[in-house]
Design a protein around this ligand. Structure first.
Ligand code: ADP
Ligand code: ZN
Ligand code: ZN
Length: 704
């Protein structure tokens, strides 16, 4: 048995209940397709126990998901469990239920769901059978977190809730059973205070709180509030944090702390939905509309949707909060499935910012700036207020172009341009944002030799450069994926903004989310139209949410907040709704449009994507997959309720020399779609091998 106890050895089940006879265990392993295998074990072990088992020439960590009376194959062929891991409690029944649900709903093998959900130290054989133990890091970490937490924290004050906040907070705090609450609060309306109030009540009842946020590194304020107001300064372990940026040991420590109930609050990004929470009493999903809740590879789950499922399964309340709820959630509220609370006013004595549309069609623009925006920026600078320029495109310019022959900088491996970068460690280079390919900027045009190569369009770096020319004395900072690549650099940049050391901030959607900038008066939006005509039917919804979100950064504490949106299409419904801060009107219009054409939430979708060396292969595979149900009607009893669209190439067809196509599956009935997908996905594996394509099936895709 394991000799590297991470905590006290968990022994109640494995020693007290030891049966003298061998038993059979069904073990889930992280391998595709056939992912459960039977083994013989010399002792009885509870379901949820981690074990090391031989698999071919290898050894793997697996999880016992069943203890069958008889093995599924000839007992003589069944191998023995190598080692029973008792250093953590077995995974609980409810945790396994959620994993099983996710596997079934998202059409993945159970082993591919449960093992990747564990911290890597708990699923690596080497940690148990090699020289290094998983226990040593943890103890050191334990000590380190204690030290850090106790000195860096200063308490913040809880404000008195206003009537709107109070109604929502009290109602949520009083809930004992499951209910899904949609908290619709305009930006700055104080949703956080409502969450804190509800969380406090759950903690007081001795329960754990799961608090999900889209992006954790960007919300240090929230962590601070949770620590000082709820978790308690004295005992740092009562708050655990989980996100993908953690080191293995940190993730393990957080996992163990919540599993053994030491941590009472878990703050995390989407992956935290898979944390074991024995005393779960409340789930909060902040910015529920945010697309980062959807995992984009492997198990393509929606943490928001799983949160609602888990809340129902555990009979605990779930709070979904947003200024711009997803139309799916809004529709649930409209139909009475969710209970809705509205915070219509800002919590502080400030009004929502005034939104202005600048019609750029007849204006002479300078480097993408209208005279109106330049003037407004100057005025804010004079008043000592900060301004934010929002542009959702990083780099210097999206493409380099030869004026004489029309050559453009294409990526050799993708059907995409390479982006010109001028800032950062590698000054002046071309970079593909799809595959990472990098190249030097050519001195002359590779086709005609002309030396007049021009950057076309603009990204954040170019805007930053131009702002420095316009306002020579101003202190400018740029926040995007490039300027925040190093660990801690995002936090450092945001700290500078908060400390008032920045006058002009340029940023991508990284700056749009959640921040409470005290001295920010003006937000200018460049190039919003780029998102307006995207093919995806959710593009207007996303644009509306994003602009509301970024507009919400203006005038949170200072009076006279203002947002200037530059557009060629001011008459568009999205912009007109924004002018009036009219989410309700936008949602009503958006839902009615979707209803007419039968799109989600009035239909359910899945997307089958195929990747191959050549597009034709991918399309052939999809064509065959599409024909299959008609050829085998017995296997697909719900096929008549399903629409299978024609296979189409992806917008960016080739990425890193792989060509991609997709096929949309749709149904007005979720159960019919589920039944169809289960039968279909079973067949797709064989078909994909035959065609030599990589395929993946995504349920409830957000981008089509
Ligand atoms: P939201 O998440 O809804 O955009 P926040 O929770 O960030 O809004 O709150 C916006 C600001 O209002 C914060 O500075 C917060 O401290 C403050 N605030 C919240 N509730 C109150 C209140 N009842 N009275 C005074 N200020 C409040
Ligand atoms: Zn040329
Ligand atoms: Zn590329």
């Amino acid at each position: 048995m394991s000799d590297i106890a991470i905590t006290e050895p968990y022994s109640s089940a494995s020693t007290d209940a030891v049966a003298p006879v061998a038993c059979w265990v069904r073990v889930a392993l992280d391998i595709p397709i056939l992912d459960v295998f039977d083994y013989r074990c010399v002792q009885a072990v509870p379901i949820g126990t981690r074990v090391i088992v031989p698999f071919g020439p290898r050894k793997l960590v697996g999880i016992v998901v069943a203890t069958p009376e008889h093995p599924a194959i000839d007992p003589k062929l069944v191998k023995d469990v190598d080692q029973v891991l008792d250093d953590t409690p077995p995974l609980s029944a409810d945790w396994l239920r959620m994993a099983a649900f996710a596997a079934q709903y998202y059409q993945r093998p159970i082993g591919e769901v449960i093992l990747p959900a564990l911290p890597s130290a708990l699923r690596k054989v080497a940690a148990y059978q090699g020289k290094r133990s998983a226990g040593g890091p943890v103890k050191r970490l334990d000590r380190r977190t204690k030290k850090v937490a106790s000195n860096a924290i200063q308490a913040d004050q809880a404000p008195l809730l206003n009537p709107e906040q109070l109604i929502a907070a009290d109602a949520i705090a009083a809930l004992q059973d499951h209910k899904t609450i949609l908290l619709h609060g305009v930006t700055g309306s104080g949703k956080t205070e409502v969450y804190l109030h509800a969380a406090k009540a759950a903690l007081a009842r001795g329960r754990q709180v799961l608090f999900l946020v889209p992006e954790i590194n960007l919300t240090p304020q929230l962590e601070q509030s949770l620590r000082t107001r709820l978790a308690g300064i004295a005992e740092p372990d009562t708050l655990a944090v989980m996100h993908s940026g953690l080191a293995d040991g940190e993730r393990l420590l957080a996992w163990l702390n919540v599993q053994r109930g030491k941590a009472r609050i878990l703050l995390g990004t989407r992956l935290a939905i898979f944390a074991p929470l024995p005393d779960l009493g409340l789930i909060i999903v902040d910015e529920e509309h945010d697309t980062s809740y959807k995992q984009q590879d492997g198990l393509r789950y929606s943490a928001r949707d799983l949160a609602v499922w888990r809340g129902r399964d555990r009979n605990v309340p779930v709070v979904l909060g947003s200024a711009t709820p997803s139309l799916e959630s809004w529709n649930h509220a409209e139909r009475g499935h969710y209970q809705r609370f509205t915070l219509a006013r800002r919590a502080r004595e400030v009004e929502l910012p005034e939104i202005r549309l600048v019609d750029t069609r007849r204006l002479t623009m300078q480097e993408g700036f209208s005279p109106h925006l330049v003037k407004a920026l100057g005025e804010r600078l004079e008043r000592g207020e900060q301004s934010l320029i929002f542009l959702n495109r990083r780099g210097y310019a999206p493409v380099l172009n030869c004026a004489s022959c029309g050559w453009v900088s294409n990526c050799p491996r993708c059907t995409a341009y390479t982006v010109l970068h001028r800032a950062g460690a590698r000054r002046n280079h071309l970079q593909c944002h799809h595959c990472g390919y990098q190249a030097r900027v050519p001195r002359a045009c590779p086709d005609c030799g002309d030396q007049d190569l021009k950057p076309m369009g603009r990204g954040t770096q170019r805007v930053e450069e131009h702002l420095a020319e316009l306002f020579p004395g101003a202190r400018i900072a740029r926040i995007d994926a490039d300027s925040t690549r190093l660990k801690g650099s995002a936090a450092a940049l945001f700290a500078k903004v908060h400390a008032g050391e920045v006058d002009l901030l340029v940023g991508t959607q990284m700056v749009a989310k959640g921040h409470d900038f005290a001295n920010l008066g003006l937000v200018g939006v460049l190039n919003a139209d780029a998102m307006l005509f995207a093919q995806d039917f959710r593009a207007p919804e996303r644009l509306f949410a994003q602009l509301m979100q970024v507009a919400g950064r203006a005038g949170r504490h200072v009076r006279g907040g203002e947002v200037i949106i530059q557009t060629d299409y001011p008459e568009q419904a999205v912009y007109q709704a924004l002018l009036k801060h009219d989410y309700l009107g936008f949602a009503e219009y958006g839902l009615s449009e979707r209803k007419v054409v039968g799109l989600p939430p009035y239909a359910y979708q899945a997307l089958l994507t195929a990747e191959a060396r050549e597009l034709a292969t991918a399309v052939d595979f999809l064509t065959q997959a599409r024909a299959w149900p008609a050829e085998y009607p017995d296997l697909f009893p719900t096929a008549t309720a399903i629409t299978l669209y024609d296979p189409v190439p992806l917008r960016v067809v080739r990425v890193a020399n792989i060509e991609r196509a997709q096929l949309l599956v749709e149904s007005a009935s979720r159960p019919a779609l589920q039944a169809f997908l289960t039968a279909w996905s079973y067949a797709l594996g064989d078909l994909a091998r035959q065609f030599r394509v990589r395929h993946n099936l995504e349920v409830d895709p957000l981008e089509i």
